[in-house]
Design a protein around this ligand. Structure first.
Ligand SMILES: Nc1ncnc2c1ncn2[C@@H]1O[C@H](COP(=O)(O)OP(=O)(O)OP(=O)(O)O)[C@@H](O)[C@H]1O
Length: 832
């Protein structure tokens, strides 16, 4: 079939103005791919056009598509540009060109005028016009948002009409809900999506005590020495766009500019520079060549090659077979992320590191998307080489693992999933389950390993220790411990961070070992006292025939290491991990032991701002070396810039380190704009529930009016299960039906209530953080006896938890509390 190169942003063509046209795009695409020479399509050149490759083709009697025809060596390749009314299409076809950007070898569709005018005079003119260009971008972004809202409303009306027709013709059917992520979130936001404020910016009058949080709008920060000429010559960014970007005094101006850039990758490249990437990094991520390597008069094969660079592939997707075609047609309505990866993301999917690799990035920057795509890529690469892949994709919790499996299956339904450790295929599973499976395979042979790791030959290691065993042994043997160490949390941390990973089994060893990053110095006497409790803990575990999760992991890792020393291959060629910041040392040791060292062995995605379970750890302490193989994602795809700003204010007060022990920054951006976050202060718990009920009712009504009825995309998040049940009952008493969510999947048809921990990795359109009061969060910090270092770390985890919760909202975020607001909201303002 002829290949079709499909653009990521067709937002400005006639399909946005005439919703009925959307339905015609699929059939048109189908015809073009299967029967482009058929007379019905009328693929015709334009007489007198400056670009001889331009064509128009019939979509309906009234509309024509503008496209380019390249010679793909026998079959044509069509570069689709958009659909316009007949006369407009002809006019446009005369003024656009598909060309190889002479500065970087990437193929782009642009105005002929812009392609030519890049010299000194044009730079001067661009400088003079910069402010006007910024204003135009702001207007355009606002218009795009309005058009998107109009389109959404028209679609909703069409759905309602169709439903009422169907209802009058047949017995009632439940209305289908479009599924996005686990939450059934709304349509995915493609690159270059609409960005301007949504129409519902005002604080609802039904909530008289609510206040909006105005977001900060700092000026963009650029790499040193950046100029229009540097952007043009080094990266091939058009001078008009470059001049306007450098003239932007506020980040929001730059975001509007990027989102409305005529050549989408150029806007994204500017955002990368404004969030800390260097020129060289942008060149590498976007796969831009040096001008001396670009042909002066590019031929069709060179144009085609330029359409395969990462920059071009963030602006276009290739439709080359029936499966691509089916996906592209579906992708016209949702799940566009599956095809339009950001160049930074694609670079990470494609990269072939010679060892372990780490990616970091704030909430919603697409780390999971990259992990999922990379998994599929590795599996396909093995298949192409005629090998059975041995791949593990894993994460901290079972819920998240289930979500990962669903995403991989969506991306490539043909993959061979397996449930058995080390079997050919792809295993997607939580690490605890993997450890258990390894130990089951080991059987009684685990006894020697148990002696090495736990100091006793044991085989009864598969039953998990109950929670308060540390409390029990402390009561029995903890009398010699000083007060600041007399805490289950301290002992558990010491055991899991120091003793288990270093496989310490005697007091002599414990007296000698280093305890990096523990924050409390222990002299010999204190170490001996600590060791007494640890020994007691181990004895008691052996008597009871139990092992903790950390012990299960440590045993599985040690077993695999022993096997490898005997020449048994390790179970996997590739292991990929999402949410790696939550892992404990024993997890890391197991990861290292599961995979054969070599190229592409370990891939870790993490965000240290979202560490809500584990302790602060450094990869290199546990045998994982990533130096020189770490990258950061800086473009947020989930939430609005207003929500992001509020989430940053929660983080601002803490200091974070990444898994390499380096200071972590939270500089990343969202080009999407939306309503201001709402703060709802209530006098007491009853009043807070009243406000929550009013807010949920408002949100449900709003959704009903706009046709985005998917009540499960509204969430109330709380600090603990007790509060969750309390909110469910309280809202039901006020006539608002909601669904509590624990371990099970989210379910449909009602707003959901869950703990902030459970919401990790999920996303919702509208989120209320309920009871963010001083009594509720930070919580565990008060319940425990901590050393200072552990206390500070626990507080940081509570801050991270609130950040995780706030970054679950795609569109609208609200925060409520009664009494005094949580001190973690201090940076937000408006809470007193
Ligand atoms: N290139 C892209 N184009 C459009 N949408 C994208 C893109 N990459 C990611 N997304 C969307 O952004 C949202 C967040 O992505 P993802 O869950 O991968 O981020 P994350 O960094 O793992 O977030 P978190 O750390 O909060 O779990 C998802 O809805 C995803 O589909």
């Amino acid at each position: 079939m002829p290949a079709i190169v499909w653009p990521s942003s067709k937002i400005k063509d006639a399909t946005t103005r005439d919703p009925s046209l959307q339905a015609k795009v699929g059939p048109f695409l189908n015809k073009l791919a299967t029967a482009s020479t058929s007379a019905g399509l009328h693929v015709e050149p334009i007489r007198g056009a400056r670009d001889k490759r331009v064509r128009t083709a019939r979509v309906t009697n009234f509309y024509r598509a503008v496209l380019f025809e390249l010679d793909g060596g026998g079959e044509p390749i069509y570069v689709f540009h958009g659909i316009w009314a007949h006369d407009e299409a002809i006019q446009l076809a005369e003024s656009v060109t598909v060309r190889v950007n002479p500065s970087n070898g990437t193929t782009e569709v642009t105005q002929i005028h812009d392609a030519i005018e890049q010299g000194t005079e044009a730079v001067e003119q661009a400088r003079r016009d910069a402010q006007a260009r910024l204003d135009a971008a702001q207007r355009e972004a606002a218009e795009i948002a309005r058009e998107a809202a109009r389109l959404q409303a028209a679609n909703a009306q069409a759905r309602r009409d169709a439903a009422s027709t169907a209802a009058s013709e047949s017995p009632a059917q439940p209305e289908a809900v479009q599924a996005g992520r686990a939450t059934g979130a709304g349509a995915a936001t493609g690159t270059g999506s609409a960005t301007a404020p949504a129409p519902d910016l005002v604080v609802p009058t039904a909530l008289p005590d609510a206040v909006g949080v105005a977001s900060r709008d700092a000026s963009p920060t650029w790499p040193q020495g950046l100029s229009i000429e540097v952007l043009r010559d080094e990266l091939g960014i058009g001078v008009t766009l470059a001049a306007a970007a450098l003239a932007a005094t506020r980040e929001s101006q730059l975001l509007d500019l990027a989102a409305t850039a005529e050549v989408p990758w150029q806007g994204e490249a500017l955002l990368s520079l404004a969030t800390g990437s260097t020129i060289d990094e942008v060149r590498e991520d976007f796969e831009l060549r040096r001008p001396e390597h670009v042909a002066a008069e590019p031929s069709d094969p060179e144009l085609i090659e330029g359409l395969r660079t990462r920059a071009a592939r963030s602006s276009f997707t290739w439709i080359e077979n029936d499966e691509d075609l089916r996906r592209a047609i579906d992708g016209l309505t949702f799940a566009q992320w599956q095809v339009f990866l950001h160049p930074q993301q694609r670079a990470l999917v494609d990269s072939r590191p010679n060892g372990a690799m780490r990616i970091s990035g704030g909430a919603g920057t697409g780390k999971t998307v990259v992990a999922v795509h990379r998994t599929v890529k590795l599996a396909r690469r093995a298949a192409a080489a005629g090998q059975e892949p041995h791949i593990l994709l894993t994460t901290y919790t079972r819920n998240l693992a289930d979500d990962l499996r669903r995403q991989v299956a969506e991306l490539d339904p043909s993959l061979n999933f397996t449930e058995g450790v080390g079997q050919p295929g792809l295993m997607v599973s939580g690490l605890d389950k993997v450890a258990r499976a390894v130990l089951q395979q080991a059987g009684d042979a685990i006894a020697d390993t148990a002696a090495q790791v736990l100091g006793t030959r044991r085989t009864n290691v598969l039953t998990v220790t109950r929670k308060n065993l540390w409390d029990d042994v402390l009561t029995l043997t903890g009398d010699d411990l000083p007060e600041n160490l007399h805490s289950p949390d301290f002992l558990e941390s010491e055991y899991e961070l120091v003793v288990l990973p270093q496989r310490v089994t005697t007091l002599q060893q414990y007296l000698r070992i280093r305890r990096p990053g523990r924050g409390v110095a222990l002299d010999r006497r204190k170490r001996a006292a600590v060791w007494t409790v640890i020994e007691k803990y181990r004895d008691r575990s052996a008597e009871l025939g139990v092992a903790s999760f950390a012990e299960l992991l440590a045993l599985a890792a040690a077993w695999l290491d022993t096997q490898a020393a005997r020449g048994v291959p390790r179970p996997y060629q590739h292991v990929l991990v999402d949410e790696a910041q939550d892992l404990a040392p024993a997890h890391l040791q197991l990861l290292r032991a599961l995979v054969e060292p070599g190229p592409d062995d370990l891939f870790l995605a993490e965000d240290s701002h979202q560490r809500i379970y584990g302790k602060k750890i450094t990869l290199s302490h546990y045998g994982i070396q990533v130096r020189g193989r770490s990258r950061r994602l800086t473009r947020n795809y989930r939430t609005t810039r207003q929500n992001l700003d509020l989430a940053f204010r929660i983080l601002d007060q803490g200091t974070y380190e990444d898994l390499e022990g380096q200071a972590e920054q939270h500089h990343y951006v969202s080009p999407r704009s939306g309503p201001e976050p709402l703060l709802l202060r209530a006098t007491d718990h009853v009043a807070e529930l009243d406000e929550a009920a009013t807010l949920l009712r408002l949100w449900l009504e709003e959704d009903q009016k706009s046709g985005t009825e998917a009540a499960e995309t509204i969430a109330v998040l709380v600090r603990d299960r007790y509060q969750r049940d309390n909110v469910v009952t309280g809202l039901a008493q006020r006539g608002v039906e909601v669904r509590p969510v624990d371990r099970e999947a989210v379910g449909r048809g009602k707003p959901v209530v869950m703990t902030m921990h459970r919401a990790k990795g999920l996303e919702f359109r509208k989120v209320l953080l309920f009871d963010v009061s001083t009594d509720a969060i930070p919580r565990s910090v008060r319940d425990q006896q901590y050393s200072q270092a552990d206390h500070d770390d626990a507080l940081l985890r509570e801050r991270s938890l609130l950040y995780v919760a706030a970054t679950r909202a795609r569109d609208q975020l609200a925060i409520s509390w009664s009494g005094q607001a949580s001190p973690l909201l201090e940076g937000v303002g408006g809470t007193r």
